[in-house]
Design a protein. Sequence first.
Length: 401
Amino acid sequence: MESKKHVLFVIDSLNSGGAEKSLVTALNLLNQNKYTIDLLTFKRGGLYENLVPEYVNRIDPSGYPYYVNGNRNFNSKQKFLFTILRILASISLRLLKVVKILFPKLKIHPAQVNWYITRIGFSNAKKKYDSAIAYSQGLPTYFVSSKVEASTKGCWINTNYHLARYAPSFDYKYYKNFDKIVCVSKIAKEVYIEIFSEFKDRTTTIYDILSSQMINKMAEEDVSNNYNFDGIKILTIGRLVALKGYEIAIKAASLLKDRGINFKWYVIGEGGLEEELKQLAIKMQVATHFEFLGTYPNPYPFMKNCNIYCQTSRFEGFGLAVAEARILGKPIVTTNFDIIYDQLVDGHNGLISDMNAISVANNIERLLKDVALKDRLVANLKKEEISNESEILKIEAILDS
């Protein structure tokens, strides 16, 4: 009997996010008879922690990230080094915010600054792998590239690399060490190879895995206690960060309120902008119309029972939540971030708005008033084959190469 391959997956954490959800789905679909799977996260805990299958071995990074997570079992010299690195990283990241205000076109990402300063504190992986996968750009990519020994290495690009504003000159030396570079959409791939044309032949597309059977089953859970508004329910799912464009949603909510529409806009997600967004909702006088629900490992019952799913992002790597709304046959309104055209045709299976609150509000109102349009969009969604569990075979092909 052929021995199992030893594979490693690395990601920042299992907190809320499309990459995290996609990885957990993939781990549950991989053939456990073919692989011994290790999963390394730089931080334990998170929304999807309990969804990791039992046959996956959880391992912790040693060195600096272990120290940052509160573990102090180090000698005095190590503690001193890690403390200095942590202080330097904190100062540098604060300075970067100021520099970006002064020079808004500057291309440098916080993950690059953080890695440049702290990389000497990261220990190498303790064993050699047949395959090692960095399931996100940034820290996982830098770590797998330089701190893991493996026969085959792969990395995932879950974003629009250009819009994420990474410095290509910094990343080049890390990406050149990968045998396969995976983008989660065709547009993400086009953007990446435009910047790194040298890596064109090793760059491919593997979409985030969606299981319609699993999503429909999970959507049956009862969430009526937290979701019992009698009017129009609008839902958005995503981290509370700038790229998700929540201020567009809040301003659109204000316009809908002024037009006399009886609605409540629900948000599932967490992030650093939560308090700022809540203050904006108060300022726009829609605090009672715009409700932050926090995070849920199973958001599908909320999605199933909403009237409209709305995504006001500035950019996405793929738009996983939109794809999930398509599976559940929900009327969809989005902004015109570039990758959305991989999923929606305006007026056919969703409505694509300009990147502003007026356009979003107009399309939501249009759906509410034009029942025939709404029914046509939903009918077209139900004809689509959106589930793509076969993408796991492409991941296995990388692991087997």
